[in-house]
Design a protein around this ligand. Structure first.
Ligand code: SF4
Ligand code: SF4
Length: 116
């Protein structure tokens, strides 16, 4: 689970294609992918991708965000990093991201509740 504040922050993300936040991360963290994982409740996947480098970064990802002042990327990633450290084993192996017929699926369990 994640806090309501973090959920709210993530809900402001525009889920950009070719996301400028990720393109401007000098450390290849891919914050857009992490936020997308959080949006689709793949929490362990999000936590597993977070790294300490964000804590000492001046966050150029935020400066290039297309939803400025709405998505505090560094705060989101710092929160995920804290969650990762609280339960390192579960969060290292719990990524549920997969591909189905070449289509990336962030959370395959969401399909089980589909009417299709
Ligand atoms: S805070 Fe820095 S290292 Fe972390 S995703 Fe943003 S630009 Fe990359
Ligand atoms: S640029 Fe901003 S709005 Fe777009 S994916 Fe990244 S965090 Fe979300």
């Amino acid at each position: 689970m994640i806090s309501m504040n973090i959920k709210k922050e993530c809900s402001s993300c525009l889920l950009c294609a070719d996301a400028p936040c990720s393109k401007n991360c000098p450390h290849n963290i891919d914050p857009a992918k992490i936020i997308r994982s959080l949006r689709f409740t793949n929490y362990q996947g999000a936590f597993a991708r977070c790294q300490d480098i964000c804590l000492n970064c001046d966050a150029p990802c935020e400066k290039h965000c297309l939803a400025p002042n709405s998505v505090r990327i560094k705060d989101i990633l710092s929160y995920c990093l804290k969650k990762k450290k609280e339960n390192p084993i579960e969060n290292k192996h719990g990524d549920i991201h997969t591909d189905i017929c070449g289509i990336p699926i962030e959370n395959p369990f969401l399909l089980s509740s589909s009417v299709l």
